[in-house]
Design a protein around this ligand. Structure first.
Ligand code: B12
Ligand code: SF4
Length: 488
């Protein structure tokens, strides 16, 4: 543990930082500089810390920096943090932002080596203790951060400046990895992560952010969670490793209350970030019952699995009743063999059925396709293009097309490795919207990019974009997804 300073009082200054990614994309159909989404992980940790400080009489000062939303440069971040002079800096790191976060960590340490910097979030969870060797971070915390950050803050205060006590107390922080030294020898200690729970009483600290910064597809939008975790097992997805295979749910009542909180903060839309909103029919039915008594004043965007929608004919109607406006559905591939290779356990028939049912309720659909499975061929890409064009003829939808990305910790990465395909470094700033820096068994990097462009151009024809507008798809969505793609 590099020397740190503790002011040995019940006063604590904490900076929570969301670093910008090393790539230019900000996400699904987002318009850079226009679209930004509040980082919910940091809002949840901030809320937990604030509740704890009020309960325990700790004089907590919080600084929150959302680099991409505020358009801050690395130098500005370092200056802002210097001015605030925190005891602990917590960074929320995705694989896409890992290299930028490493550089920031280095820069912050250079100015003041005794700073305590902890990494959490998706990439910290996937990469774990390896990051202690490759970055200047003092500690890594895997999994959910609310309770862990409180334990970290307690450890920090209790240690009163003693490095030995801090190391001792860090062993109580769920998911923490850190370096200790004994008899001149260094050793990495890793604590197992805590449960994947969702606290009904915890309301994300939206008000600590500059809410004017956040606009999504033309609407003031705030994120919230209904569930955490996913029982799915898709080869390309990091979620089961991140939040576990057991699903924790917020109670339907607490969910409705959160929607009201979002509306009170001026949000017109609520973005439910949970991976499978319709996975529990009982939960959805209870929510419907409550909504009849207390209809939300806010439209929802949710993620659903096509098989859930196809299996239960009530689901699409219930989504409509709850106030859902947009449903994001993972189609992945129009080629049955490639689809199977993703282990999603989904059929093309179920996808078609789901699209018909959702469109029948007048719901906006975002259909997400992946390109570049290890076995992808020219023919399987053509099958995907044909399937997308067929689907849009029965249910107009917005195409979200990204590359199947071999993130560390996924089965997809193992698959690429098994085929002997060269892969990017585990901390490379991988963004599924950007040109891949790897190839598949049958397709080169440049061919993958050409096929992506061909797919998008064949899909977003001028006529189709006019049709999307005609059937009433939100203008902001049409612009975000089809930008620059329609041929004159
Ligand atoms: C909403 C979302 C977005 C939004 C908002 C992002 C934002 N500003 O937060 C948008 C659409 C903008 C977006 C964009 C991108 N996203 Co995104 N996104 C999500 C999604 C669906 C939910 C994230 C979320 O809010 N979860 C709920 C909160 C409460 O959980 P959390 O953020 O993980 O935080 C908890 C813990 O991780 C931890 N924690 C987090 N930070 C910290 C910090 C510290 C110090 C500690 C101790 C703990 C800690 O504690 C938190 C509370 O328990 C996830 C899927 C998922 N299930 O995670 C994908 C996901 C995170 N996105 C992903 C990707 C790839 C991207 C993009 C690179 C490309 C894209 N898909 O468009 C861009 C990059 C954007 C950027 N650099 O800012 C991948 C990341 C994969 C990886 N290995 O990094 C995910 C996992 C999707 C997936 N299945 O692959 N995304
Ligand atoms: S892609 Fe969706 S269904 Fe599959 S594991 Fe990830 S979150 Fe679950």
């Amino acid at each position: 543990m590099q020397g740190y300073v503790n002011k040995n009082s019940a006063a604590l200054r904490v900076t929570l930082l969301y670093p910008a990614s090393g790539t230019s994309s900000v996400g699904a159909g987002a318009v850079k500089g226009v679209d930004a989404m509040l980082p919910l992980g940091l809002a949840s940790i901030a809320a937990a810390l604030r509740d704890w400080s009020a309960r325990c009489g700790v004089n907590l000062k919080l600084q929150i920096l959302d680099m991409p939303a505020a358009g801050l440069t690395a130098m500005q971040v370092v200056e802002e943090i210097d001015r605030f002079d925190p005891d602990i800096i917590g960074m929320s790191v995705l694989t896409a932002s890992a290299s930028a976060a490493a550089q920031l960590t280095q820069a912050l340490k250079q100015v003041k080596p005794q700073r305590f910097i902890v990494w959490g979030g998706v990439h910290a969870t996937l990469a774990g203790e390896r990051l202690l060797r490759t970055t200047a971070a003092n500690a890594i915390i895997a999994g959910a951060g609310e309770k862990s950050f409180i334990r970290l803050a307690e450890a920090f205060l209790d240690a009163g400046g003693s490095e030995e006590t801090l190391c001792q107390r860090l062993k109580d922080v769920p998911g923490a990895s850190f370096v200790t030294s004994k008899d001149g020898r260094q050793k990495i200690v890793t604590v197992s992560a805590g449960n994947n729970e969702l606290d009904d009483t915890l309301v994300p600290a939206y008000e600590l952010f500059d809410l004017e910064q956040y606009c999504w597809h033309g609407y003031r939008t705030l994120p919230l969670e209904s569930h955490r975790g996913c029982r799915g097992n898709c080869s390309f997805c990091v979620v089961p490793r991140l939040s576990g295979c057991e699903v924790a749910s917020r109670s339907p009542g607490a969910f409705i209350n959160l929607l009201s909180v979002c509306s009170r903060h001026g949000a017109e839309r609520a973005y439910v970030v949970s991976d499978n909103f319709s996975g529990d029919p009982g939960w959805l039915s209870q929510l419907c019952t409550l909504v009849r008594k207390q209809p939300p004043e806010i439209a929802l965007e949710v993620y659903c699995r096509a098989d859930d929608i196809a299996r239960n004919k009530e689901t699409a109607r219930q989504l409509k009743e709850i106030g859902v406006r947009t449903v994001f559905v993972g189609v992945e591939s129009g080629d049955a063999k490639v689809l199977r290779s993703y282990s999603k356990n989904l059929s093309l028939r179920q996808i078609e059925h789901a699209f018909r049912t959702l469109a029948g309720e007048g719901l906006q659909i975002i259909g997400s396709f992946l390109l570049g499975a290890p076995d992808e061929t020219e023919e399987s890409v053509v099958a995907s293009i044909d399937f997308a064009n067929y689907l849009k003829s029965i249910a107009p939808f917005l195409l979200h097309l990204t590359f199947a990305t071999p993130y560390p910790g996924t089965k997809l990465r193992q698959c690429f490795e098994g085929e002997g395909l060269a892969l990017p470094d585990e901390d490379a700033p991988l963004d599924p919207h950007q040109a891949p820096c790897w190839c598949t068994k049958h397709l080169s990097r440049s061919r993958l990019c050409e096929l992506r462009d061909e797919f998008e151009h064949k899909f977003y024809t001028g006529e189709y974009v006019a049709r999307l507008r005609c059937v009433g798809v939100d203008e902001g969505m049409v612009r975000g997804f089809a930008r620059g793609l329609t041929r004159p």
